[in-house]
Write a protein that binds this ligand. Structure first.
Ligand code: GDP
Ligand code: ZN
Length: 438
């Protein structure tokens, strides 16, 4: 079973009446007990169903649920897809897809398998109970299940539910401090920075990295010590301009990247202008859902255009494509990039992404956002340890022994300093706008 099938199965399972789910759980539990008896003495975990995503083997699944799902899959298969499931009498079965745009009472869904140019997108009404809370519950990139309308039962296509997220990029509300979802399910975030014009700003990279590290979603079996966030990729653009610098200046500019190389970050040196690094970037993004972040003027649009060899072709087909990447874009887009060789990938561009990573941050939020600190702090003598000068600090000790990378610790102190310098009057730093000169 592949991931998509697995998600479809889960969606269908969840839309079953409660009594039916209970029955499957009961039978699943009995089946599991049976199995355990049979495997007495054998320690192997039940892993019959394909893992829903790579890396999931680290996570403990819910065994009874797995059995219930497996039973359900069997029943579905034996009954034949068309007349099984919750909508036995309904003319349309539940389908799944991606939310491409989210409005107040409706959203635009790209059904699985629909063309990348958006021609198969369908507008879905949000269920009444969700419409009120929509901003918290649904965002671009969410995987959803929906049912088609257009008959006497249902006038319009309707969203059924939002499927569990893999990752979510959030933005904290400057007033309430509450996190709001901007984009769900991105596998990678490309942080675009430029050299020379504008020059490289390491602090900006730090901020983005912190925000990306926060993107993992707690799911059953996952743990704060073992988060699975989106991958950060740094695209260093305009490297053609390095030639305009003296050797010393060039060393200084490129040397700013050394700490990031040291922590093993994926760094792609590129130039949209000359095509340098574009193939490398394309192969890193292959098969994934990605978002591009970075200050305006660094070359995000130039890079995305360079990545898509067939852009010219599709621009003619889709009106909205003309708006790609422009700062005047007000709606969200998910566009598929289909290179001549290699797998396609999907870029999500949404207005909120422009402010992603540039929000206010408190020292506590900073500490929560670094996995090493989350893991190590339990060993600190003081529960409110700032990991800067305290005796018995497990973080300082880990830096001494090399267990925590020095460059990562420097990132922490650098950001902490920045926060504390600008903290008064309300314990927070001022939000940085898209064009804030760092
Ligand atoms: P965005 O605001 O991040 O989307 O940036 P744009 O893609 O609009 O690019 C901003 C400016 O930088 C434009 O004038 C581009 O022509 C220029 N630019 C983009 N990539 C490169 C590059 O690789 N080298 C040079 N020299 N200029 C570039
Ligand atoms: Zn400490």
């Amino acid at each position: 079973m592949n991931r998509r099938q697995r998600e479809q199965l889960e969606a269908l399972f969840k839309s079953l009446p409660k009594s039916e789910q209970d029955r499957l759980f009961r039978e699943g539990a009995a089946m599991r007990a049976d199995d355990q008896k049979k495997r007495k003495g054998e320690r192997k975990r039940y892993e019959d169903l394909d893992a829903p995503r790579s890396g999931a083997s680290k996570r403990k699944s819910e065994p009874v649920r797995e059995y219930a799902l497996k039973l359900f899959a069997r029943e579905q298969a034996s009954a034949g897809r068309s007349d099984a499931g919750p909508d036995r009498d309904a003319p349309h079965a539940t389908e799944t897809g991606f939310a491409v745009f989210v409005g107040k009472r409706r959203c635009l869904v790209r059904p699985d398998g629909a063309p990348g140019d958006g021609s198969g997108d369908t507008e879905c009404r949000l269920p009444a109970d969700m419409a009120g809370r929509q901003q918290a519950e649904l965002c671009v990139g969410d995987r959803v299940s929906f049912v088609r309308g257009g008959d006497e039962r249902r006038e319009a296509d309707e969203l059924v539910q939002v499927l569990p997220r893999k990752t979510v990029l959030t933005r904290r509300d400057p007033r309430t401090g509450e996190a709001r979802a901007i984009v769900a399910n991105v596998d990678a975030v490309v942080i675009v920075v430029s050299v020379v014009s504008p020059p490289l700003h390491p602090r900006l990279i730090d901020r983005y990295l912190i925000a990306i590290e926060d993107s993992w979603v707690e799911s059953p079996g996952s743990h704060a010590d073992d988060p699975d966030p989106a991958q950060a990729i740094v695209a260093v653009n305009k490297t053609d301009l390095l030639e305009t610098l003296t050797p010393d200046e060039r060393m200084k500019e490129t040397g700013k990247l050394d700490p990031y190389r040291a922590i093993g970050l994926s760094i792609v040196e590129c130039a949209a202008e000359t095509g340098r690094g574009i193939d490398e970037l394309r192969s890193l993004l292959s098969g994934r859902v990605v978002a591009f972040v970075g200050h305006s003027g660094v070359g995000k649009s130039s890079i995305t255009n360079a990545l898509d060899e067939r852009l010219g072709l599709r621009t003619a087909e889709v009106g909205t494509a003309a708006n790609r990447g422009r700062h005047t874009t007000t709606s969200s887009q998910l566009y598929e990039i289909t290179p001549e060789s290699g797998d396609p990938f999907w870029v999500i561009d949404t207005p909120g992404i422009r402010f992603f990573g540039l929000e206010e941050l408190t020292p506590a939020q900073l500490r929560d956002s670094m996995p090493e600190l989350r893991r190590l702090r339990r060993g600190c003598k003081f529960s409110d340890c700032t990991h800067t000068h305290e005796p018995g600090c497990a973080v300082l000790e880990a830096v001494r022994t090399g267990e925590m990378h020095g460059a990562r610790y420097e990132t922490y102190t650098r950001l902490l300093e920045e926060i504390e310098q600008t903290r008064p009057p309300d314990d927070r730093i001022r939000p940085l706008g898209d064009d804030a000169g760092l």
